[in-house]
Write a protein that binds this ligand. Structure first.
Ligand code: ZN
Length: 191
């Protein structure tokens, strides 16, 4: 077998570890896959933030690098109109509310997580911006594996795991952007 290095390119399935920091507060580790499962994604299918995907191109197994990604290529700029006054009765988990806490709220785009900014008697001010909106992100990346996608993965438009493990076609795919758990990938799960 030749050990010629395979480079990250369209339709390659890439496995990587990452640590995520904000460029402007680099001491604060936002999250990391260290000691956990690495992230697996299929390149060229917008399954990770665009600015990171772009900088993955051409990398190979063993490469370590830092990708600095401006908000426009990550989670967007902060939208001042995304801070909204909402009746407390519209909240999905209306327990005791306090500023700084995260709550689930129904929006026209489906359930979203929002940061409580201010609590009144009947209304609450919620910030619906993504927590990473407006932030320049620094991803410390280590490429663990690069392989060709399987026909099934190509059909689905996403990776199925490091070994292309069993995949039940009947289950619903979570194609949503699960922003609370996985900021490098998009929280695609098959369970
Ligand atoms: Zn799938």
């Amino acid at each position: 077998m030749s050990s010629e290095a395979v480079k990250v390119d369209a339709d390659m399935v890439v496995t990587f570890h990452y640590s995520l920091r904000d460029r402007d507060s680099a001491d604060e580790l936002i999250e990391s896959s260290t000691g956990k499962e690495p992230v697996v994604y299929m390149h060229g299918h917008a399954n990770i933030v665009p600015g990171l995907e772009e900088q993955m191109s051409g990398k190979q197994v063993g490469d370590k690098f830092t990708a600095t990604v401006p908000p426009e290529q990550a989670y967007g700029l902060r939208d001042p109109n995304a801070v909204q006054r909402v009746p407390i009765k519209h909240l999905m988990n209306a327990g005791k509310l306090a500023a700084g806490q995260t709550v689930a709220v129904n929006t026209r785009q489906g359930p979203r997580h929002a940061l409580v900014v201010k609590v009144g008697h009947f209304n609450v001010d919620l910030d619906l911006n993504h927590p990473l909106a407006g932030r320049t992100l620094m991803f410390d990346i280590e490429i663990v594996d690069v392989r060709a996608a399987t026909p099934e993965e190509l059909e689905h438009g996403h990776a199925h795991g490091p070994d292309g493990h069993g995949h039940d076609h009947d289950h619903a795919h979570d194609h949503g952007h699960d922003h609370d758990h996985d900021h490098a990938g998009h929280g695609h799960r098959h369970d």
